[in-house]
Design a protein around this ligand. Structure first.
Ligand code: 4GS
Length: 242
């Protein structure tokens, strides 16, 4: 997968050289290119921003450096691109969107910093996306979150026996609680069923815990998924125990 990022703080993306995403780059599963669009400014002082027409506080990213950086990407690597603009006004990012990004050949992320941008940048963009209802100082951290969440769905990025599809949000439920050694930690004991060796009992216990946690914390998620007969039965049990 090719990912290009337009940012005036390219060093921030060194964070993606670590851990799982760093390994994905080493394995050639991710080809990450960070382009400093300040290199494309035609302004003598290398400015990429200017004051808004009509007045008001703050500065806006100008269209020209972004357009020229995009032309550079297109010349270097023609072909279809999904162009994502980070913006609190965008559609909220979720696992489904990460899966759809993971199927693309080439993603481009446009990161603003400090300020807003000239509306005409949007003609370059296929998706306006937000990571949540809060305002950050730049689009760099949201971009890194999206790259991380997207790459987990690219085959080969996670270890052999790990699948992103088994995580919370992929099957629509929050995860059941987990424990590791020791079985008794300062008097806090691991639920007996987990040390029973009965795999079927363990599976049902985990499913019920996942349903219970989701019902308690994110009942909205339960409405978006289709429960099978076993899950419906467990949910009835949970309701009668409450
Ligand atoms: C977000 C967000 C964001 C908006 C960038 C103000 C600097 C900032 N981007 N999800 N200008 N939330 N962007 O806050 O994506």
């Amino acid at each position: 997968m090719d990912i290009s990022v337009l940012s005036i703080f390219p060093k921030m993306f060194d964070a993606l050289n670590e851990s799982v995403i760093g390994k994905a780059q080493e394995k050639g599963l991710l080809n990450l290119q960070v382009v400093d669009f300040r290199d494309f400014t035609t302004d003598k002082q290398n400015h990429v921003d200017d004051a808004p027409y009509g007045g008001g506080a703050g500065m806006l990213l100008q269209a020209q450096p972004i357009y020229d950086a995009m032309s550079y990407l297109d010349n270097e690597n023609p072909g279809k691109k999904r162009v994502i603009l980070l913006d609190p006004a965008g559609k909220t990012f979720d696992a489904k969107m990460a899966q759809s990004f993971a199927k693309e050949d080439h993603l481009v992320f446009i990161c603003g910093h400090y300020e807003g941008f000239d509306e005409r940048i949007k003609d370059l963009v296929t998706d306006e996306v937000s990571i949540g209802d809060y305002v950050l100082t730049g689009g760099e951290l949201p971009t890194m979150s999206m790259i991380d969440a997207t790459m987990r769905f690219v085959p080969g990025v996670l270890g052999n026996n790990v699948s992103a599809d088994e995580d919370s949000f992929s099957h629509g439920l929050l995860e059941y609680p987990q424990y590791t050694r020791p079985a008794d930690f300062r008097g806090k004991k691991v639920p007996e069923v987990l040390t029973s060796g009965n795999h079927e009992k363990i599976r049902v216990w985990r499913l019920k815990q996942a349903l219970k946690k989701t019902l308690e914390r994110r009942p909205d998620l339960l409405k978006t998924i289709e429960l099978n007969d076993e899950e419906k039965k467990l949910l009835r049990e949970i309701h009668s125990e409450m």
